[in-house]
Design a protein around this ligand. Structure first.
Ligand SMILES: [Fe+2]
Length: 490
């Protein structure tokens, strides 16, 4: 028998405050050390928000683009003890570059208004409840239901942001308050405009949640999925007919919490890794689970149904993750792009390597989400498995039909973040459009934004916009098309 909702909410609130109180006592006893690579060099936070119209442009910005390239990431305002700061937990900051009519109009950075951030900055709290045991919202930023939303996993609601980057409210889009966690990686079905997401709650370790939200932002249904060990579920994948649930080997860890970790999740080789296929509209009993060898997947590339009834999923697979460090995820392990084929007849899954180059931040043309596709974009890792040794990297495009890769190396002094594909309006070819990314100087000089012709990546940028300041390396990036925002959205 479930607890009545107000009581359950009150208990969670009390539990959350108790955990925070205990954690504060524990953290005050951990010796101070300034040593944390995620607070230095290209990761170091910017101390101020910026706004500038003084931008230098090389090359030609496509005149059709009317929107902003928004990138979100951690930018801690204060860190009590760098020894236990975890990169995933920093206060969220959005960076935006506004492009219109072939010109770069402005660059702006602004904090995301989580309650903890507003308090630190002595700003009024924004409306709505933040939910979540920890509230920084720092992981993804999307355009959905005509509005811009900043997202994080593990419990906190999305924060609505306007086109000037001001935080407006905490809310699960346009839904009533269902008291359910959300994810940083929802997937939008290109046919319906609906969102599908698999979410987990930092305070609930025996279930994860599938949420289906319609194109207007209203919760359509949700499914509670029983699990063991409190798995971290960073992403999922969808096909035209089902959602793929990743129940893998990074789990909630009491031991990690007792070590003072701000993100108490750790590699657990004893957990049975499995991927579940849940038909849209189905219940937890309809999930077909496929056991796999231990691994972790932060991000999927795409998935689709085959005519045979089998299902394909492509994803960046880590041989392990969150093994030792309580400061960040980057450690020595194998990372490769793999194809999983789920055989509905035998109940078995086959795995093949599509690319053994160390890579992350997989992206596609979003119009092909859940559909057969040809072009898979990602960025290489260079020496990124050691956060103290940062070197230049590349943007890559894998042609899945020819199994050939085209790439562009930014030079020893430049590190590109996530490169996103923006389709040319009216384009027919899957790869007719541009790749755009924030690119960071290894020597910590000012950053830049680059635009590449997605059909000629190796030729390098067709436009480079030099920013006035350094943008710290962060998480996810999206093109926010201002023509798709609600009229008078502010
Ligand atoms: Fe992510």
């Amino acid at each position: 028998m479930p607890w009545p909702k107000p009581l359950s909410s009150m208990l969670k609130n009390t539990l959350s405050k108790s955990i925070q109180y205990s954690a504060d006592i524990l953290h005050s006893r951990i010796p101070y050390s300034h040593d944390n690579p995620y607070l230095d060099g290209i990761f170091a936070p910017q101390r101020q928000e910026h706004f500038s119209t003084q931008l230098t442009v090389e090359g030609q910005i496509p005149a059709e683009l009317d929107g902003a390239l928004m990138r979100i990431g951690p930018n801690p305002i204060t860190v009590k003890n760098p020894r236990i700061y975890h990169w995933f937990t920093g206060d969220g900051m959005i960076h935006a570059l506004r492009l219109k009519g072939g010109e770069a109009h402005w660059y702006k950075s602004q904090y995301v208004g989580a309650d903890s951030v507003q308090k630190k900055l002595h700003r009024p709290l924004i409306p709505g409840k933040s939910r979540g045991v920890a509230d920084p919202v720092n992981t993804n930023i999307i355009n959905f239901a005509g509005k811009i939303w900043a997202l994080v996993e593990a419990g906190a609601y999305p924060i609505e942001v306007n086109s000037e980057l001001e935080s407006k409210r905490h809310h699960l889009f346009e839904s009533d308050d269902p008291d359910l966690p959300f994810s940083a990686h929802p997937h939008i079905d290109p046919d319906t405009g609906d969102i599908h997401a698999v979410c987990y709650d930092g305070l609930t370790h025996n279930k994860v949640f599938y949420l289906h939200i319609d194109a207007k932002g209203k919760l359509k249904n949700h499914v509670e999925i029983p699990v063991k060990h409190g798995p971290m579920v960073h992403d999922c994948a969808i096909t035209k007919s089902q959602v793929l649930i990743l129940d893998l080997n990074v789990n909630f860890s009491v031991r990690s919490a007792l070590k003072g970790s701000l993100l108490p999740y750790q590699w657990n080789p004893k957990h049975q890794a499995r991927i579940g296929l849940l038909p849209f509209g189905g219940s937890a009993k309809d999930i077909r689970w496929y056991n796999i060898d231990p691994c972790f997947i932060f991000h999927t590339m795409n998935a689709y149904d085959l005519n045979t009834g089998d299902v394909v999923m492509d994803a960046v697979v880590h041989s392990n993750a969150m093994l030792h460090s309580i400061q960040g995820p980057i450690e020595e392990h194998d990372i490769r792009l793999e194809r999983f084929i789920f055989d509905q007849g035998t109940g078995k899954v086959s795995r093949t390597v599509l690319s053994d180059t160390k890579q992350e931040f997989p992206r596609i043309n979003d119009a092909y989400t859940g559909r057969q596709y040809r072009y898979a974009y990602s960025i290489s890792f260079g020496e990124f498995d050691d956060p103290y040794k940062v070197s230049g990297n590349s943007v890559m495009c894998l042609n899945l039909r020819t199994r050939t890769t085209e790439s562009y190396f930014f030079g020893d002094n430049w590190v590109t973040g996530e490169a996103i594909f923006v389709a040319r309006e009216g384009a027919e070819a899957e790869n007719d459009g541009w790749l755009m990314s924030y690119v960071h100087a290894v020597d910590c000089g000012p950053s830049k934004v680059v635009i590449l012709d997605a059909q000629h990546i190796a030729d390098g940028p067709i436009a480079t916009i030099h920013l006035p300041v350094r943008v710290p390396v962060g998480f996810h990036c999206n093109w926010i098309d201002y023509r798709k925002l609600r009229a008078n959205y502010s």
